[in-house]
Design a protein around this ligand. Structure first.
Ligand code: OSB
Ligand code: MG
Length: 369
């Protein structure tokens, strides 16, 4: 098959609740929706879920748009391919730029699954019929606000809560949530804000029975992660540190990792995300699927990925409604008592609401072969 046309839609949606991490806060998001069309007229959608600013990863919405238009779409347009894994080979020369690559790779998988009439999850080799969702809660103005947010999501049935932490918002909020909910599956995520010199402070988190401490140190500081892991019982989970399979290999070899957060975006698409799952599973490292506040298209891809057998911990695949009043897919992703059903329909398993996308697009471009 051949891709004969590619459209990029930059779509802006407001968040229902402002989200604050150790680096910044957000109340609306611009994601790039990728629409690939093959010679038979079949369409596959993907999502570039890059944050606008280069604070999580070096990429931005503009850099992703540029990479898509200038390098990635031209690399695949008009080329013959049989399997979605081949798309990433076509842009293999392009270094980094994982979020930009991820949107195209996912669209290729969705196109392939659609044409072959199989659900995306099955195309990937997924075996679960439902996946358990956890929620990620941002930094709130006060501990009382945080406790209210925790209660609200527990009442909705989510069985796992992750808290964003940062210097000045770590031990005390964790202590408060833990004493209110002694048995909760609770974990924290620092998005790499601490330095190795602050390790002693982080050790204070070891007494709260957390399921994991996610990415305490800067992405490239694998040694700091390995050193802290030797001194605490709580498993260290890596997110930003693992962008490639080689990063994962290094982290395993340094014993800097006991849990892996797999993000489709950060790994550069479903092909590499699945390969990271396979490697971690083989190494006995449990994985879960992290999120980037995806709109429905990226969210559905996360659900499909989470159906693979090694995803044994709850994933950040909360319902669309946690973030958006209206989503770009129908039906939206729904969680019932914290559980999301893996769609059985072919392709993405949801209809893409092209009218809603057009209404909320701030830019669109079409490239043809
Ligand atoms: O580290 O997981 C993260 C959002 C933006 C940047 C980084 C992260 C996050 C999340 C979002 O935690 C979780 C979700 O999409 O539900
Ligand atoms: Mg994280």
């Amino acid at each position: 098959m051949k891709i004969v046309a590619a459209k990029l839609h930059r779509v802006r949606l407001p968040l229902v609740h402002e989200f604050r991490t150790s680096s910044h806060g957000k109340s609306m998001l611009d994601h790039i929706l990728v629409e690939l069309t093959d010679e038979s007229g079949a369409v596959g959608w993907g999502e570039v879920a890059s944050p606008s600013d280069p604070f999580y990863a070096p990429e931005t919405v503009e850099s992703c748009w540029h990479l898509g238009e200038r390098y990635l779409v031209p690399a695949i347009l008009g080329k013959e391919w049989e399997r979605p894994e081949q798309l990433s080979q076509l842009w293999a020369k392009v270094r980094g730029n994982q979020f930009a690559k991820s949107g195209l790779d996912t669209a290729g998988w969705v196109l392939w699954a659609t044409i072959n009439c199989v659900p995306l999850a099955e195309a990937l080799g997924g075996t679960r019929t439902e996946v358990v969702a956890g929620v990620s809660l941002g930094i709130e103005p006060t501990i009382d606000d945080l406790l209210t947010e925790v209660e609200r999501h527990l009442a909705a049935g989510y069985p796992r809560v992750k808290l964003k932490i940062a210097p000045g918002w770590d031990v005390e909020p964790v202590r408060a949530v833990r004493s209110a909910h002694p048995d909760l599956d609770l974990h924290v995520d620092a998005n790499g804000i601490y330095t190795a010199e602050q390790s002693d402070h982080l050790k204070a988190l070891d007494e709260f029975g957390l399921t994991m401490i996610e990415q305490p140190f800067a992405p490239r500081d694998l040694l700091a992660h390995a050193n802290l892991q030797r001194q605490i019982a709580t498993p260290i989970c890596l997110d930003e540190s693992v962008e490639t399979l080689e990063d994962l290999e290094t982290a395993l070899s340094l014993q800097a990792i006991r849990v892996l957060n797999i993000k489709v975006s950060r790994m550069g698409g479903l092909t590499r995300a699945r390969a990271a799952h396979d490697r971690a599973h083989q190494a006995g490292i449990p994985v879960w699927c992290g999120g980037m506040h995806e709109f429905g298209i990226g969210r559905a891809a996360n659900v499909a990925l989470s159906s693979l057998p090694g995803f044994s911990l709850p994933s950040d695949v909360s319902a669309s409604a946690k973030y958006y009043a209206q989503d770009v897919i129908t039906p939206p992703v729904i969680a019932t008592q914290g559980v999301v059903q893996v769609p059985k329909a072919p392709g993405l398993g949801h209809d893409v609401d092209t009218a809603f996308i057009a209404q909320n697009a701030v830019a669109t471009i079409e490239l043809t072969s």
